[in-house]
Design a protein around this ligand. Structure first.
Ligand SMILES: O=C(NCC(=O)N1CCC[C@H]1C(=O)O)OCc1ccccc1
Length: 724
């Protein structure tokens, strides 16, 4: 087939860095400036090239239509109580953003409280967080534009839905937590940009440093807010806040990266002589007591009775446990729910006065239990199918709570659990049905295949029932592998369409780096062990081929963000194993990622090229630095890179687009431009979205458009035919 004409991108051979004596060229360094005319031209040419390729992907329109139809079903999230009202999010199907509803009772008329779709004409303003005051008088909410991490906090009076003038800017990576007097709330922010420092809400690449914790008094200007905490000596530190259920304590957590470890400071708000008012206009920080002042474990406060606190922790418990401490005797800790020998404690939430709702992850499936808060002893097991439980928003004073259940073949069920009688009563509160989807046509299998070092890796395989294991099927293999983030079953309308109309098998490999088996599993795929993630994924692909599900030229691999590294590294290491590769918002320059926006927080997972030993970990797998021509390697047969689509967006300030731009230019040059008649005929392209970010808050239409594009590309490249 004809070879693509790639746009030539300038190579500045003069840019060579010295990492601990090792010279590393970075000829596309100029692509790191999103505002440079030359970069805008680069993007324009790449968009044109990609559009020309997408025009030849004939399943695009049909995929778009089928995905739109299947996504167009009403979706609800779990209801939660504040004051005497219930709140829940709902999407009728194709709304750009879900809408927040309020109702007095579960079966009374619900009305719209906040509809983010009215905040922009193209649905690109999204709700990033909400917090309702204790008596449900006020709703404070964070708005983000074009998918950026930057948030503007607003406040609405619930009773008349009037939006107050309060507007808080420069908010990022922030919770919102009200004091129970309803006078205001704690939130986190970054300092306003210095003179001349360009911050334009999501397209800048400046590093986010010197996080601060503030308290905002309702009805005042942001510049009157009380600075509660900051740490000038530790620019990477980030501060979270939570007011306890009894309204008495402010619990502040400090993180310095993405590892599940944090400090815990507490402040007894009732002991402040003049309350928080006493701090207005002063630079004095709040008087915190340091309960935990190291980063050797994670501690999340889940309940307290006066000074007796219950914490969710991984201290000496990589599969997590619940512990208790009296603030008056901070060195005496006792186990309440001991670490399970196999299952990972995932969530714990106090409910019904003195009970706990806890969920465990057992071989990547959730178990739900009710336990006694005081002793931790098991009271009830709640019946849930094989799948994922989420959205448990319980309050100590509620006897009822709701939870969401989903799985690969269950679009989403909201269950209600009533604990008012002796035995819990679990009922279906809302069932999300997807018309035209018949789960009986599909089957889900969980396999445990051995990786390179023999470690058993779980993988979910979803396929139409009774397929022939003759290697003929297109297959989509997805993984993430990092940040102790676990990938449990979830419903994807898009993948159902791929299965039904392209005959695709879709798979999810729970590779190391995730949290599926606790912190050991996470650490086994991080820092010096990152290659385990790639081995796990490669062996998963080999398993799918040897078991007859698919064959290399029909196998498409896909990953996002940290999962984008996975894709970049795997096509570098095994270009022969895949027919297609889709890498979303990947971190592709592992030597420089820590210099941009929040990248510095990821050194806990990847290490940092500033350190010699860690540089040698990173240079070995960094996608940008390991693009090699397979036909020049000692590959045992003629090999080229799979057809590759890199995806990014102009307002992605989590993983800045420069990673994708630099890898794209490098692959197009090394594999094609630098040779006459290169053997690389598989396309290497990028899909660059505008007015979009890392993914959170992306409007439905943009998600459908992107899915249709990338899977039409996949369909063409693995040469799968449409099934009506
Ligand atoms: O950076 C992340 N999360 C990690 C993240 O988004 N990553 C990690 C690598 C690339 C990208 C991804 O995989 O989505 O969130 C910001 C944050 C908040 C609080 C404390 C530290 C950091």
């Amino acid at each position: 087939e004809e070879r693509l004409q790639y746009p030539a991108a300038r190579r500045d051979e003069s840019v060579v860095d010295d990492y601990h004596g090792v010279k590393v060229a970075d000829p596309y360094r100029w692509l790191e400036d999103p505002d440079a005319e030359e970069v805008k031209e680069f993007v324009e040419k790449q968009v044109k090239l990609t559009d020309s390729v997408l025009k030849t992907c004939e399943t695009k329109e049909k995929l778009h239509e089928k995905i739109t139809k299947l996504i167009d079903h009403p979706r609800y999230d779990t209801p939660f109580k504040r004051g005497n009202s219930y709140f829940y999010f709902h999407n009728t199907g194709l709304q750009a953003q879900s809408v927040l509803f309020i109702q007095d009772d579960l079966d009374s008329e619900a009305e719209v409280l906040l509809d983010p779709n009215t905040l922009s004409d193209d649905g690109t303003v999204s709700l990033s967080s909400i917090a309702i005051s204790e008596d449900a008088t006020y709703l404070s909410y964070g708005l983000s534009s074009s998918g950026s991490d930057w948030v503007t906090i607003r406040v609405m009076k619930i009773q008349d839905k009037k939006v107050e003038p309060d507007t808080l800017s420069w908010v990022k990576f922030s919770g919102i937590t009200w004091t129970h007097d309803g006078k205001g709330f704690f939130y986190s922010r970054y300092p306003a940009p210095q003179e001349g420092e360009k911050i334009d809400a999501g397209t800048e690449t400046n590093s986010n440093l010197y996080h601060e914790l503030y308290y905002h008094f309702l009805g005042t200007d942001q510049n009157e807010d009380v600075l509660c905490w900051r740490d000038q000596e530790n620019p990477k530190h980030m501060f979270g806040s939570k007011v306890t259920d009894d309204g008495k304590y402010l619990i502040m957590t400090t993180e310095e990266g993405c590892d599940p470890v944090n400090k815990v400071y507490h402040c007894d708000l009732s002991s402040l002589p003049k309350g928080l008012e006493g701090f207005r206009g002063s630079k004095t920080l709040l008087p915190f007591v340091k309960l935990i002042d190291t980063f050797d474990a994670q501690y999340i406060a889940i309940a307290n009775d006066e000074t007796l606190f219950t914490f969710f922790t991984n201290k000496d418990a990589p599969k997590y446990k619940l512990v208790r401490v009296d603030l008056k005797e901070p060195s005496k800790w006792t186990d309440i729910v001991a670490e399970h020998e196999k299952d990972v404690l995932s969530t714990a939430c106090v409910v019904n006065g003195n009970q706990l709702v806890v969920s465990y992850m057992s071989d990547v499936k959730h178990i739900l239990q009710i336990r006694d808060l005081e002793s931790g002893s098991l009271l009830h097991r709640l019946p849930v199918d094989i799948g994922s439980v989420g959205g448990v928003f319980a309050r100590r004073k509620d006897t009822t709570f709701f939870f969401r259940f989903t799985s690969f073949l269950t679009p989403g069920v909201i269950h209600k659990c009533d604990l008012s009688s002796e035995a819990p009563e679990v009922t279906v509160f809302r069932e999300i049905s997807v018309h035209g989807f018949d789960r009986r046509a599909f089957q889900v299998t969980q396999v445990f295949y051995p990786s390179k070092d023999g470690t058993k890796i779980p993988m979910f395989i979803v396929a139409k029932k009774d397929i022939e294991l003759d290697g003929s099927h297109p297959c989509l293999l997805y993984a993430y592998g990092g940040f102790s983030s676990s990938m449990t079953p979830f419903f994807s309308a898009t993948r159902i369409v791929l299965s039904r109309h392209l005959g695709a098998v879709f798979c999810f490999a729970n590779i190391r780096g995730g949290g599926e088996y606790g912190e050991e599993w996470h650490k086994a795929g991080a820092l010096a062990n990152k290659q385990n993630c790639f081995d796990d994924f490669i062996y998963g692909a080999e398993y799918l081929v040897s078991a007859g599900y698919t064959q290399p030229r029909k196998l498409c691999i896909e990953g996002s963000s940290n999962g984008g590294i996975l894709i970049g590294a795997c096509i570098n290491q095994r270009p022969d194993l895949f027919g297609c590769a889709l890498a979303h918002v990947g971190v592709m320059d592992m030597l420089r990622f820590h210099k941009f926006t929040i990248g510095h927080a990821w050194t806990s997972e990847f290490g940092c090229s500033d350190k010699e030993e860690e540089f040698h970990w990173l240079i070995k797998y960094s996608p940008l630095h390991n693009v090699k021509r397979p036909w020049e390697q000692k590959m045992d047969r003629f090999v080229q890179y799979p057809s590759t689509m890199l995806l990014t967006a102009d307002h992605d300030d989590r993983v800045v687009p420069l990673h994708t731009f630099k890898l794209l230019a490098t692959m197009q040059y090394e594999l094609s431009l630098r040779l006459e008649n290169s053997p690389q005929t598989n396309p290497i392209i990028a899909r660059i979205e505008v007015k979009a970010g890392h993914g959170a808050g992306r409007p439905t239409q943009k998600m459908i458009d992107e899915a249709a594009d990338r899977y039409a590309f996949m369909a063409k490249m693995v040469d799968s035919s449409w099934i009506d």
